[in-house]
Design a protein. Structure first.
Length: 190
């Protein structure tokens, strides 16, 4: 620590461990609890999370690299960046991580890549359930228009057609908002 340091961050690992244990006890053992890399991009924190058996959610290629570097196996990494390049898609699919597409165009790019690349990834699509805004506007992403996912009400039939078109498409990711969403709205979104 020097005089130029302006912040010290303390982590309560006992609290973190208790939170993870509570989640693991509440849900079936097959549930993947994934922590956003952006919430704790420090390698020591990520390693501590890995030891607890949880997963990581990577919203960018550098976050995916961090998940790999800290020892997370592909089956405990979720990659769902809203803006992936073809090279990023190919990299993640070769790695075999959980993969969430954000648009119909991305689904078509995945199909093109899978013509030449083998993957063990579980591939899904992020949908916007369009159930409303939470109390924090900047983190609410389930309104009529959202910066993430395919709007469900506007594209339900097209989504069904894509699930029939691509047999590798077999999961759904619903992102309602990070904070400020009441429980009834979250349940409606699911």
């Amino acid at each position: 620590i020097t005089e130029e340091d302006t912040a010290i961050i303390f982590y309560d690992l006992d609290f973190l461990n208790q939170r993870i244990t509570n989640l693991q006890n509440l849900f079936p053992s097959s549930t993947l609890h994934a922590v956003a890399v952006k919430a704790n991009p420090l390698t020591n924190m990520l390693r501590a999370l890995n030891e607890k058996g949880v997963g990581l959610e990577a919203a960018s290629l550098p976050e995916l690299y961090l998940a790999e570097a800290t020892g997370f196996p592909p089956e405990r990494i979720v990659f769902d960046s809203p803006a992936k390049t073809k090279k990023e898609i190919e990299y993640a699919l070769k790695l075999g991580v959980y993969f969430n597409a954000d648009s119909f165009d991305e689904l078509d790019r995945i199909a093109e890549i899978l013509e030449t690349v083998k993957s063990t990834s579980v591939i899904g699509v992020r949908i916007n359930p369009q159930v409303g805004q939470g109390s924090i506007q900047s983190t609410s992403v389930a309104g009529t228009i959202s910066k993430f996912g395919i709007p469900l009400n506007d594209h339900a039939e097209k989504l069904k057609a894509y699930y029939l078109k691509y047999e590798w498409l077999r999961s759904i990711h619903v992102h309602i908002g990070s904070q400020g969403c009441p429980i009834p709205m979250i349940i409606e979104g699911v």
